[in-house]
Design a binder for this molecule. Structure first.
Ligand code: AGP
Length: 611
């Protein structure tokens, strides 16, 4: 998610903008930039890296101006670099824009601008396409608002855009379509931002801009237009948050905010890659039918939560693509002289893209001839750069150390990869493929419904937070999810939690069952449901206290369990996308009851860049 700040008014724009961008640093970014109109001339300064790099570039130059826009970039198209940083401008640098989101049809627009207007692009970004498009239209219309209106007619995607024009230094134009945008109402000044922290120091009264609305802001006036270009009135929203809670958008912790961002992350990761026929378009990824047919083995290698996503990936890829999949933790893979050759597909999964063990394992596989595809959340990260292909999880920056939305979007990538390869290889029919995708598309709404049950899970956590040992059990995909649930609990509440395949309990671990031992049992795989009910009976016979997670309608398990959490009905294969969420919430609320540092647990780092 990029950070956006625009300013027009009596103060020096550069100072207000840099200050606002710093308030958005928590969102994670890889480059920053600013544009102002000074003495009738548009000036742009931008730099890869942190805002400090931008400030060094600006130096002592006050960049005196009463209008400007600034941006912190979270790369989606084009690696982090000075050239790809925002703001972007049209060819004669008379218009500058900043952008958050993705323009889905930027390739065709770019081609049209090259062919019809001989535009020479400087960057790899979709954002520059917007700037050039507005620039071409502006030559004819000579009006920034009308030019933005006209450009919008041609663009497809999700975006928030802010534009300034050298020849109209008294106005800022902004557009919102599926990416956040707000307007801060000052006295003799007005502000535009992607979210509240950027302008909280200056204003408490804001307009919340709705989808398909356009803003025209001058120093003294703000106009809002609906999608039919009719001016509309908007209620003023009075901000009551302080700066810290504003960064978390009202949530107490980043982890909770990111748990609630999962429906959106899943929807974006899936839907933005479906073409008009509903087929998955793995843009930029080369996986031909011939390559897929030649793969004799697939490795999925990762660490921690990403490894747990790989366990789900193994199951679904083997079922849909009929190629043997081996999942390994990177720290083991790299030292066991793995059997890898040119007929191996090596899939690295990494939220940060900087985990050293995963990077080293990737290099080992590459040195042995494997084709390397990585599933990564950070554009331009080391793992991404060293892979043959990258499948980005569009989860947005994940700030909390405990991974949540990255995990579920990694799962989504596994499902999409399995469907894509299965259809290419002919191991699944188009009818199965279409049905499966429809079912995936239904998950975000089911997740939104389930999240309304969070207070129930908070209540469970309040009863159970003082346990010193917790077991997680499941079978099949539920087993993979139970490992993730256990890691969540242990890493933020410091409880000694333990996950084991339910069928394996009787081979030793059941000796640990004492009266009152807390066991969280996942029973979300219909075909294994009865087996799980038997497992629960076994441990109940030894006095365990069981909190079961099952699909709505499977009520027989209730008689065997002390507590029940029901998730919305869905097909077995994609149940992990939902069944992990009660475990994330349980871990969160237990850690909260225990007074732990949830977003920054002791001894942990967000990215482990050492051995
Ligand atoms: C997960 O909650 C942990 N933060 C940790 O296990 C993490 O998943 C692991 O270090 C891998 O990180 P990566 O996905 O950035 O490679």
């Amino acid at each position: 998610m990029c950070g956006i700040v625009g300013y027009i008014g009596k103060d020096n724009a550069k100072d207000v903008i840099i200050d606002g961008l710093k308030k958005l640093e928590y969102r994670g970014y890889d480059s920053a930039g600013i544009a102002v109109v000074r003495n009738g001339k548009l000036e742009i300064k931008k730099h890869v890296g942190g805002i400090a790099n931008l400030e060094n570039l600006i130096g002592d130059d006050p960049m005196t101006s009463h209008i400007g826009i600034g941006h912190t970039r979270w790369a989606t198209h084009g690696a982090p670099s000075d050239l790809n940083a925002h703001p972007h401008s049209n060819e004669d640098e008379t218009i500058a824009i900043i952008h958050n989101g993705i323009i889905e049809n930027y390739q065709e627009l770019k081609q049209e601008l090259i062919e019809k207007h001989n535009i020479k692009f400087k960057s790899e970004t979709d954002t520059e396409v917007i700037a050039q498009l507005i620039g071409v239209i502006y030559k004819e219309k000579k009006d920034l608002l009308e030019s933005v209106f006209a450009a919008e007619e041609k663009m497809r995607g999700a975006y928030a855009i802010v534009a300034v024009a050298q020849d109209e230094p008294d106005k800022i134009v902004a557009v919102r379509k599926d990416a956040p945008l707000i307007v801060g109402l000052g006295k003799g000044s007005n502000f535009i931002a992607s979210d509240i922290p950027a302008l909280l120091k200056y204003v408490k009264e804001i307009y919340l801009i709705e989808n398909n609305e356009t803003v025209l802001a001058t120093a003294d006036e703000v106009k809002i237009f609906d999608e039919n270009r009719n001016e509309i009135k908007r209620e003023v929203f009075h901000v009551t948050w302080d700066a810290d809670s504003a960064e978390k958008e009202g949530f107490e912790h980043f982890m909770l905010k990111e748990i609630y961002e999962q429906p959106k992350g899943l929807s974006e990761t899936l839907n933005r890659r479906l073409d008009e026929t509903g087929k998955i378009n793995l843009e930029g990824i080369t996986l031909t039918k011939e390559q897929i047919e030649n793969f004799s083995k697939i490795y999925i290698v990762a660490c921690g939560t990403a490894y747990h996503a790989g366990l789900v990936g193994k199951y679904i890829i083997e079922q849909l693509v009929k190629i043997p999949v081996e999942v390994d933790v990177a720290s083991e893979f790299r030292y066991r002289n793995p059997l890898v050759d040119e007929n191996t597909l090596f899939i690295a999964i990494s939220q940060s893209g900087e985990t050293l063990d995963t990077l080293a394992a990737l290099r080992e596989a590459k040195s042995k001839g494997a084709r390397v595809l990585s599933v990564v959340n950070v554009v331009g990260s080391s793992v991404a750069r060293e892979s043959d292909d990258v499948f980005y999880t569009w989860a947005g920056p994940e700030i909390a150390v405990a991974s949540t939305k990255a995990y579920t979007t990694q799962l989504m990538c596994m499902y999409m990869l399995a469907l894509y390869m299965g259809l290419e290889k002919g191991t699944i029919t188009r009818e199965f493929y279409d049905r499966f995708i429809k079912d995936l598309q239904g998950i975000p709404a089911k997740l939104e419904t389930f999240l309304k049950k969070a207070p129930e899970i908070e209540e469970e956590a309040k009863q159970l937070y003082n346990r010193e040992q917790v077991f997680f059990i499941g079978r099949g995909l539920d087993s993979a999810v139970s490992y993730e649930g256990s890691l969540k609990l242990k890493e933020i509440s410091y409880i000694n939690s333990f996950a084991i395949a339910a069928g394996e309990l009787k081979h030793g671990t059941i000796a640990l069952m004492e009266p009152g031992t807390l066991v969280i049992a996942l029973a979300c795989q219909d075909f294994l449901y009865e087996k799980m009910v038997s497992n629960i009976q076994e441990i109940k016979a030894r006095g365990a206290y069981v909190m079961a997670v099952a699909k709505e309608g499977n009520v027989s398990i209730e008689a065997q369990s002390d507590r029940m959490i029901y998730i919305p009905e869905c097909r077995d294969e994609i149940a992990p996308l939902i069944s992990v969420v009660p475990l994330q919430l349980f871990a969160y609320y237990v850690a909260k009851e225990r007074g732990c540092n949830i977003d920054k647990p002791k001894n942990l780092a967000k990215s482990v860049t050492v051995e």
